[in-house]
Design a protein around this ligand. Structure first.
Ligand code: G6P
Length: 610
């Protein structure tokens, strides 16, 4: 979703801001803008609908000198994508604002500001921040004070950076519900919604906490907490590599990330499993104490992360001997639910900033869950900071909007969690050793599975002119089918649905004809024979099937069924292995269709508004 970059430096910052926006493109956006001011209070603002490149093109014809600036990529919420709605928004000829999040009481504020004579030039909620700061600045001693007074009137979520062109030596930033980091350089400072934006200029970051407001100049960063007290926030060295945002030899980030999965899984397991045991410290120093008392697990997530939770439910109930519920965060947070005794509340999130998931975590704490755990890929993110325990995924930066490596790494983490909780609930050491052994095989198995790419690329041709697709699986694979359908619809815009295969007769069978491709995931497990019966049901109705089957599962291609052999693997890790061909299928279909694979229309990588 929206991205923010800001800088206060001696050197000109326009190119730094532009590069920052480029590095945030992956989050999804529909317009971009920049404002830069020089020491003589000369400010230039440029805004463009469309890609950051469109902004870069106009910047080529316009000098933007100046050491202080703010820039933004906007994902429309209030008002269509247009130049007038793009950030930075301005007020009174001197206040400029970029903002992520949603100001919920913007209409009331808008009315009262109108009555005070402020003229609105956009349909956005953000413009009220600009006018309010300008209004408060008239009776405040400093920009900082004006921003403090402003945010006290805002309801909703914001990460915002404010520039007053009459004071070109400073920026004021405020965070509530939408993340912001401060980047520390030598004689220069930066702000951004994501540290990835700033890796070319610094590797030292402090994460603002909820309610923090900071005044940033070239030489100092002064942070105040929500009570107004001066505080210091720890400065961390970035763990991400500088080139985390590079595509390397790959045509798209998504393809790169699909191929990174063996290495990402190796990394996530490193030091967390020995030859036969799972190391409890993978979940933090207090994990042994917390996990030994768990009788129920409540998993909350959104999108792809939710699908990882659905797989884990099968594992936790089968292996760890505890009951488990899995729910979408946006549903959980608005309903009254029951808290089972000794429940572990688990959030799964690549970004650690998904607004609904974060709200669900905060609610869970109020509801009295015993312990909270997050499986997350971004250190310092809100979910990590606010949970009792954190499993850091170590998947590396994921740039493609459609999640791939984060999903398979989440599944590894969830399997470790299963083994650990199982240890306290009767899972034998032999069972744990078998689980660990299967995990050790995983990177190699995924490498082998990735070699299916050539065949899947050819197969994808058959999907390019389809309008619908149906995905089927049983057991854990029903969740993998859901993930496969989600991937296909996200990036190729083909309508795809997934069903647990046993549910076919209860509706979806009515859709089957020769135009409806049916994709089946068929590992060699105890449900194989049941699944084969479902395949026959589709065949009997003239359906067109594509079966991703274990090489030992005895499926044979014929006129109505294409069988693609998936390398034989342990049933335990099959959900992870079978994810790969489905990712590859949606990728190649999208490439053939010519869609924007890495930034599919209307979608965002990090959904920081509800
Ligand atoms: C967005 C992304 C998905 C992701 C979901 C949850 O919809 O496009 O890829 O699965 O958010 O994000 P999270 O960061 O919480 O895993």
């Amino acid at each position: 979703m929206c991205g923010i970059v800001g800088a206060v430096a001696q050197r000109d910052v326009a190119d730094i801001l532009l590069e920052g926006l480029r590095r945030l493109e992956y989050r999804g956006y529909d317009s971009a803008g920049i404002a830069v001011v020089d020491g003589d209070q000369q400010l230039v603002r440029l805004r463009q609908v469309g890609k950051v490149q469109a902004l870069a093109d106009v910047m080529k014809n316009q000098l933007l000198p100046g050491g202080t600036g703010i820039a933004h990529t906007r994902w429309a919420t209030h008002g269509e994508p247009s130049e007038a709605n793009a950030h930075p928004h301005a007020s009174s000829g001197h206040i400029y604002v970029v903002h992520n999040g949603i100001i919920e009481n913007y209409q009331i504020l808008r009315e009262s500001l109108r009555e005070r004579g402020y003229l609105f030039t956009s349909e956005t909620d953000t413009e009220v921040i600009a006018h309010l700061v300008a209004f408060e600045r008239e009776s405040s001693d400093s920009l900082l004070e004006a921003v403090q007074r402003t945010v006290a009137q805002l309801e909703g979520a914001y990460g915002t950076v404010i520039l007053d062109k009459r004071e070109p030596e400073r920026l004021v930033v405020a965070r509530s519900g939408s993340p912001l980091v401060i980047g520390y350089g030598l004689g220069e400072h930066f702000v951004a919604s994501d540290q990835l934006a700033l890796l070319p200029v610094t590797r030292r970051f402090a994460f603002l906490e909820e309610g923090d407001i900071a005044e940033v100049t070239r030489f100092s960063v002064q942070i105040y907490d929500k009570t107004g007290a001066a505080v210091s926030r720890e400065i961390h060295d970035a763990e991400m590599s500088f080139d985390a945002g590079d595509k390397g030899e790959y045509r798209h980030y998504m393809l790169k990330e699909i191929h990174e999965q063996p290495a990402a899984i190796q990394r996530t397991l490193e030091g967390r499993i020995s030859q036969e045991r799972i190391e409890v410290t993978a979940f933090g120093p207090q994990a042994a104490e917390f996990l030994s008392q768990i009788e129920h697990v409540q998993i909350i997530a959104c999108g792809t992360s939710y699908h990882a939770g659905l797989v884990a439910r099968y594992w936790l109930e089968q292996w760890a001997g505890v009951s488990c519920n899995v729910e979408i965060a946006s549903e959980f947070r608005y309903r009254k639910s029951y808290v089972h005794p000794n429940s572990l509340f688990v959030t799964i999130s690549q970004s650690g900033e998904t607004a609904d998931t974060l709200a669900a975590l905060r609610l869970a704490k109020e509801m009295g869950y015993k312990t909270t755990l997050t499986l997350c890929n971004v250190s310092g993110s809100s979910l990590v900071r606010e949970s009792d325990m954190a499993y850091m995924m170590r998947a590396g930066a994921e740039i493609g909007v459609a999640s791939t490596k984060a999903f398979t790494v989440q599944l590894c983490g969830l399997m470790l969690l299963t083994g650990l909780i199982g240890r306290y609930n009767g899972m034998t050491t032999e069972q744990e050793a078998a689980m660990v052994d299967a995990l050790h095989q995983l990177p190699n198995k995924l490498e082998q599975t990735l070699s299916m790419a050539v065949d899947i690329e050819t197969l994808a041709e058959e999907f390019a002119d389809r309008h619908h697709a149906l995905f089927l699986g049983r057991g854990e694979q029903s969740a993998i089918a859901m993930e496969g359908a989600l991937k296909l619809k996200e990036i190729s815009y083909i309508h795809a649905e997934a069903y647990a295969a046993g549910e076919l007769k209860h509706g979806p069978l009515a859709l089957i004809d020769a135009h409806m491709p049916v994709i089946v995931v068929a590992p060699n497990n105890e449900l194989l024979e049941k699944l084969k019966s479902n395949v026959e049901e589709v065949r009997a109705r003239g359906g067109l099937m594509y079966v991703f089957a274990d090489s030992q599962a005895a499926f044979a291609s014929d006129a109505t069924m294409r069988v693609l052999d998936v390398p034989h693997c342990d049933a335990l890790i099959a959900p992870i292995v079978y994810t790969i061909p489905l990712q590859l299928l949606s990728y190649y279909v999208a490439v053939i269709k010519g869609t924007d694979v890495d930034q599919p229309r209307n979608l965002a990588k990090s959904v920081t508004v509800e």
